[in-house]
Design a protein around this ligand. Structure first.
Ligand SMILES: [Zn+2]
Length: 416
């Protein structure tokens, strides 16, 4: 019966196309709500170009999947009539608002040499919980995994209706993002650690692992200082050195093997100190928290506290080292501006703290060293997401599968 077979095939093809379009639209809608916050149905209609009934059906599906909530709104959120036109019948009619359910969350992990930070991040980038667990020694991958299990259980017990869908980790090292293997994390001493697999089997949810600075750049680009910028350089200073992330034409620059933008390992001082990476005089051997705090014999501080330390009673003893590190940072910024031509340079972690105590010093240094007319439009900004930055970035890769295909949540094991 060729006709029937042909019509059945045609029907199947139409079904697939519709299904693909529906999944694409669901992904677009959830992406908008995740990145831009609460929207009215009318705003979603305008942003997506889809018609009202399609938006209504998609919102209904996202509500049924447990990913968004919908509520009627006060009069201020009505679908305003177009400018210059008289208010029609729709004026004053409330357009329901749609918002992601923040209790749909990812566990986020950032292991460092002196502490492991673990967070619960809801859809939309909401920080539901964060704990920093100092460690006496540099933690192994297995130790990090058991700390994550314990901390996630403790945090989850405090939050009602929590649905943990995935775990994401921001690791200071070279990470194969497709396998989740940490190829080499010099400061942690990890080599070829199958970290995503270990997290997945301990927690029973999908795991994704990325380089800390790349994830920090993604987080700042989405929710922080880089919001709206297509070309920016991001530099983050932590106890694990300096990580770099570069966005070019709106896309992260990963390089041929995913190991690109290791800006912390560009050379500053040919006769400098040996670096963990095997070279000498890297940017991060010249500019780091340990050297910054050495004059006051402090080994490490939470980044929350660093600003206060730099401005506190020890500030005069710290000043020569602060100035030396700022000079190196300025020199590297000038180099990176020449290489990447960014509109913005974002400084995170301890680099952000240094910038905060001497913004005008760094701004004028960079301005005087730059090709004046060419680089006048480059702005330096401090990262805005503070201690939550890397956790938000880690959660972003954990959410990637759900954002790409929201209906996949139905097949995920959800931990209450
Ligand atoms: Zn190095």
């Amino acid at each position: 019966m060729p006709t029937n077979i042909a019509s059945r095939l045609a029907a199947t093809e139409r079904g697939n196309n519709n299904d693909q379009a529906r999944r694409h639209n669901l992904s677009t809608m959830l992406g908008i709500l995740h990145r831009h916050g609460m929207q009215t149905r009318a705003e979603l209609t305008r942003r997506t170009g889809l018609n009202r009934s399609t938006i209504g059906a998609l919102v209904g599906e996202l509500v049924a999947l447990g990913l968004v909530n919908e509520a009627s709104t006060p009069q201020t959120a009505v679908d305003a009539p177009a400018a210059g036109r008289p208010a029609g019948r729709s004026a004053g009619r409330p357009s329901p608002t749609v918002k992601v359910r923040e209790s749909v969350a990812a566990i986020a992990v950032n292991p460092d040499t002196d502490a492991v930070t673990i967070g619960l991040i809801g859809l939309g980038g909401a920080v539901l919980g964060r704990v920093r667990r100092p460690t006496a020694t540099i933690p192994s991958a297995a130790e990090v995994v058991s700390m994550v299990v314990e901390a996630a259980q403790a945090m989850a017990a405090e939050i009602s209706e929590l649905q943990i869908i995935a775990v994401g980790a921001a690791v200071p090292g070279l990470v194969n993002t497709s396998t989740g293997t940490v190829a080499f994390a010099p400061h942690l001493g990890w080599r070829n650690e199958e970290f995503a697999d270990a997290l997945e089997s301990a927690l029973g949810v999908d795991a994704a692992v990325g380089n800390d600075a790349n994830l920090g750049a993604i987080a700042e680009g989405l929710y922080g200082a880089g919001r709206g910028a297509a070309d920016f350089v991001y530099l983050n200073g932590s106890t694990s050195g300096i990580g770099g992330g570069v966005f070019s034409a709106g896309h992260p620059l990963f390089g041929a093997h995913g190991y690109g933008a290791e800006l912390g390992h560009t050379r500053v001082n040919a006769s400098g100190r040996a670096c963990h990476c095997g070279r000498t005089g890297c940017f991060e051997t010249e500019v780091n928290i340990r050297r910054l705090l050495a004059p006051i014999e402090l080994r490490s501080v939470d980044l929350d506290e660093l600003d206060a330390v730099l401005r506190g009673p020890h500030s005069s003893r710290l000043r020569p080292e602060v100035t030396r590190q700022l000079d190196v940072i300025a020199e590297k910024i000038v180099d990176f501006i020449s290489i990447f031509d960014p509109e913005l340079v974002i400084l995170g972690g301890h680099l952000g703290s240094l910038y905060d105590v001497a913004a005008s010093y760094l701004d004028s240094w960079h301005a005087s060293m730059s090709f004046a007319s060419l680089e006048r439009t480059v702005t330096i900004k401090r990262a805005q997401l503070g201690p939550n930055l890397l956790l938000i970035g880690a959660a972003e890769i954990a959410f990637a599968r759900l954002l790409a295909d929201p209906s996949s949540i139905a097949s995920l094991e959800i931990l209450a």
